[in-house]
Design a protein around this ligand. Structure first.
Ligand SMILES: CC(C)(COP(=O)(O)OP(=O)(O)OC[C@H]1O[C@@H](n2cnc3c(N)ncnc32)[C@H](O)[C@@H]1OP(=O)(O)O)[C@@H](O)C(=O)NCCC(=O)NCCS
Length: 408
């Protein structure tokens, strides 16, 4: 069997759509190929072909990740598939390795993906590097400690994406980890349910204050839980897909709107780790808080990733680090990292390393999920010069924990 690895061609979208649907236990539909052709480009998808048929695929969607006012080109990996008969033969591994080469060529120094298969992607350098908190509550049981402010909600549609984007960017630009959303992303991934066969729009509501200024929005959808309540009614829950409030009025006003959905027995929201929602509730125990999963992040190009990273530490820092990376040889070696008011940069050096780590653990350091001391304390960083840890933590300081409200 000779397998060819290459980008798909325009004529191969139908076969690709069928592969992707079946890999996720769906039923292939002739419309899926047309949809895929409309919303993706052939050069985004690398596939493995056996006798001309795609049997495994990895798509890298070009995007950009925001961090404290800067944008870093970002390869968003979704989906990854392999036909059952071809699994555990290394085809996805090869496609992931080739995707890393493409990211380097395309100037996308970081990449992210959502997965339940940590052990698979960890082998190729992706690592958990962002977190969320999953909140669940019964809207009928929840009361807030503060009064709802004057202001109004109004329904919006996909055509209002620019209104939402202005609110979104005002909120997320200074923060850490949100994606830049182009029109297609708003329409297809945020405002519509892409898993629905008809790709129906979600509910969208904008909140304006008494002066008529738009200060926040929420995008949500109801979904059946598959269970019945004791009175026999089919249970529904509300999933909050996207929630942005620019001030306290919008925050309370929008949650008040969500609470009016009293047919739902549950509301699910994956919040920023520092969202004080629970503290605002009369009874905090009405809200169940679980860990939510953020994406795994991959530093695809150490030099490019560090050059585009903003520096928000207290004092300038300089240290050397040995990076091991079995899948992206351009990252291997000892790097001198300088960080200060002028920004950050990394250059290869012959100097001895202050610390050593696999490229995996550079990801939570880079995003600010973990400090150098935390990683060193559990052996994820090997330390040769103890004072370097303070410098590394300072260089990779963040002003806000890494978090995105996007799923991919
Ligand atoms: C997950 C999936 C893409 C893996 O494809 P695959 O072709 O089996 O992957 P490979 O053969 O290239 O595996 C590469 C390595 O990862 C390991 N691996 C593969 N799937 C794994 C998993 N789910 N969990 C842990 N390790 C996994 C393999 O054993 C292999 O390791 P090795 O080199 O040490 O032997 C495939 O099983 C699939 O399509 N599943 C259904 C759809 C899906 O879950 N997609 C991914 C969503 S994020």
């Amino acid at each position: 069997m000779s397998i060819e690895y290459r980008h798909i061609k325009d004529s191969e979208f139908d076969a690709l759509a069928s592969l992707e649907t079946v890999a996720f236990y769906g039923r292939s539909n002739p419309e899926d190929g047309k949809y895929l052709r409309k919303v993706t480009k052939p050069e985004w998808t690398l596939a493995a072909f056996d006798e001309g048929k795609p049997v495994a695929s990895v798509r890298s969607i070009p995007s950009a990740r925001l961090m404290h006012g800067t944008q870093t080109p970002f390869a968003l990996i979704s989906p990854v598939t392999c036909q059952a008969a071809y699994r555990r033969q290394g085809h996805v591994a090869e496609l992931l390795r080739q995707s890393l080469e493409l990211m380097k060529e395309r100037g996308q120094p970081i990449s992210g993906l959502y997965t339940p298969h940590d052990a698979l992607y960890r082998r190729y350098g992706w690592e958990r590097a962002e977190e969320k908190r999953r909140l669940n509550f019964d809207p009928a049981q929840l009361a807030f400690r503060t009064a709802a402010p004057p202001g109004k909600t109004r329904p919006a549609t996909q055509d209002d994406w620019k209104t939402l984007d202005a609110i979104y960017r005002e909120r997320v630009d200074p923060l850490n980890g949100a994606l830049v959303r182009e029109e297609d992303w708003w329409r297809l991934a945020v405002m519509a349910d892409w898993t629905d066969k008809e790709r129906r729009a979600r509910d969208i509501v904008v909140w304006a204050n008494e002066s008529g200024e738009d200060r926040g929005y929420v995008v949500y959808q109801n979904r059946p839980t598959g269970k019945r309540a004791t009175d026999g009614w089919a249970q529904q829950e509300i999933w909050v897909r996207d929630f942005v409030a620019l001030d306290a009025g919008a925050y309370r006003g929008l949650w008040q709107h969500v609470l009016t959905h009293d047919l739902a027995s549950n509301v699910v929201y994956e919040s920023h780790p520092d969202d004080p929602f629970v503290d605002l509730c009369e009874d905090p125990f009405v809200v169940t808080v679980n860990r939510g999963e953020g994406p795994m992040i991959r530093i695809a190009d150490v030099e490019g990733a560090i050059a585009s990273r903003p520096y928000v530490g207290g004092s300038s820092a300089s240290f050397t680090m040995r990076i091991s990376d079995g899948n992206a040889p351009w990252n291997e070696g000892v790097w001198r990292v300088e960080a200060g008011e002028g920004g950050m940069r990394a250059q290869k050096t012959d100097a001895a390393p202050d610390v050593e780590m696999s490229v995996n653990f550079l990801a939570p350091l880079y995003t600010g999920l973990r400090t150098a001391e935390t990683l060193a304390a559990v052996g994820m960083i090997t330390v040769h010069r103890a004072e370097a840890l303070t410098e590394i933590t300072n260089a990779f300081a963040v002003a806000d924990p890494p978090y995105t409200q996007d799923y991919y």
